[in-house]
Design a protein around this ligand. Structure first.
Ligand code: NDP
Length: 279
C-alpha cells in the first residue's frame, strides 16, 4: 500500500516541546526528578534522553543514580520522601524496571499522586478507570492519543484492539480509547485467535513487547497501526512490535524509531508542566 501514511511522532513531539516553552513564560520552570536504581544499560539511555530533552526545552531536571547494591526499599523510600517534600520538584519519575527483589507497586505508590508525572500510581490509574481525565495520564498511551488526534483520527465508534495489558501501556491505553468512545478489545498472552481478533481492528495498538510479531496477516485493510514496541535487533537496528510488511495493508503506521517514543517524552514534559502550574 503506497498510501500508508507514516504518523510522525518526532515532528509532532517537537511542536509540543515548542508549545510547552511558549506556555512557560512568566511561570515557574517545571522540574522533574528522575530516580534510576540499578545498572540496566537501556534504562540509562532512556533517562539520559529524557534529561537531554528537558534541558533543551529549558525545563529543569535532577537525576538520582542509585547503584544496584544500594537499591533497597529503604533507600528508595528515603529518596522519594525527600523529593516529595521538595517544593521545587514538580514531578518524580522512577525509571522501570527496578532491580530484582524490589516491589514496583510499593515503591511507585510512595510518590505523592500530584507528583506522579508518569501516571503509574494506583491512584492515577484508578482515576482514569473512572473516566476522569483530570489526573496524570500514563505518558505512552497519552502520546498515542495525541498522535491520533493530531492526524485527524477519531477513535469514536471504531473497533480498536490493544495487544498488551500492562499497567503502564496496555491498560491505560485501553481506558483512554474507551473514554474516547472506541469499542475496545484487550488482547494478551493467553488470548486465543489473536490474528482473527486483530483482523477486526480499525485501530490496532501493538504493545506486546515482541519484536515484529504483528505481520500483515493481522491487519484489516486500511487499518491504523500504532507500534509501541521498541527493540534492538541483532544488526543493532531498532524495530517495533510490527513487521514492515504491515505497510502493504495498513493506511497509517507509526515508525520505530520516531513514532510513539518521542511522543512519550513530550507527554512527560506536558505532565510535568501541568504539575508545576496547577499547584
Ligand atoms: P510488558 O512486558 O509489561 O507487557 C507486555 C504485554 O503484552 C503483556 O500484557 C503480555 O501478556 C502481552 N503479550 C506478550 N506476548 C504476547 C503475545 N505473543 N501475544 C499477545 N500478547 C502478548 O511490556 P510493556 O507494556 O511495558 O511494554 C510493551 C512494549 O512497549 C515493550 O516493547 C516496551 O519496550 C515498549 N515500550 C515503549 C515505550 C515507548 O516510549 N515507545 C514506553 C513503554 C514501553 P500477559 O499480560 O498475559 O503477560
Amino acid at each position: 500500500n503506497t498510501k500508508c501514511k507514516i504518523l510522525d511522532g518526532k515532528l509532532l513531539s517537537s511542536h509540543f516541546v515548542t508549545q510547552a516553552q511558549n506556555l512557560r513564560s512568566g511561570r515557574k520552570i517545571p522540574c522533574l526528578a528522575v530516580i534510576l536504581a540499578g545498572d540496566n544499560p537501556a534504562s540509562q539511555v532512556y533517562v539520559n534522553n529524557k534529561i537531554k530533552i528537558f534541558k533543551e526545552a529549558g525545563f529543569e531536571s535532577q537525576s538520582f543514580f542509585i547503584s544496584k547494591e544500594e537499591s533497597t526499599e529503604k533507600k528508595l523510600f528515603q529518596t522519594i520522601d525527600m523529593l516529595n517534600k521538595d517544593d521545587n520538584v514538580d514531578g518524580i519519575l522512577v525509571q522501570l524496571p527496578l532491580p530484582n527483589g524490589l516491589n514496583t507497586e510499593n515503591i511507585l505508590n510512595r510518590i505523592l499522586p500530584q507528583k506522579d508525572v508518569d501516571g503509574f500510581l494506583a491512584h492515577n490509574l484508578g482515576t482514569l478507570a473512572t473516566g476522569e481525565l483530570n489526573s496524570a495520564i500514563a505518558c505512552t498511551p497519552f502520546g498515542v492519543m495525541a498522535l491520533l488526534y493530531a492526524y485527524g483520527i477519531d477513535p469514536s465508534g471504531k473497533n480498536t484492539v490493544v495487544i498488551g495489558r500492562s499497567n503502564i501501556v496496555g491498560k491505560p491505553m485501553s481506558l483512554l480509547l474507551l473514554s474516547a468512545d472506541a469499542t475496545v478489545t484487550i488482547a494478551h498472552s493467553k488470548t486465543q485467535n489473536l490474528i482473527q481478533i486483530c483482523q477486526n481492528a480499525d485501530i490496532l495498538v501493538a504493545a506486546a513487547g515482541q519484536p515484529e510479531m504483528v505481520t500483515k496477516d493481522f491487519i484489516k485493510k486500511d487499518a491504523i497501526v500504532i507500534d509501541v514496541g521498541i527493540h534492538r535487533k541483532e544488526n543493532r537496528k531498532l524495530c517495533g512490535d510490527t513487521h514492515q510488511n504491515v505497510k502493504e495493508i495498513a493506511s497509517a503506521l507509526t515508525p520505530v524509531p520516531g513514532g510513539v517514543g518521542p511522543m512519550t517524552i513530550a507527554m512527560l514534559m506536558l505532565n510535568t508542566a501541568l504539575a508545576a502550574w496547577n499547584k
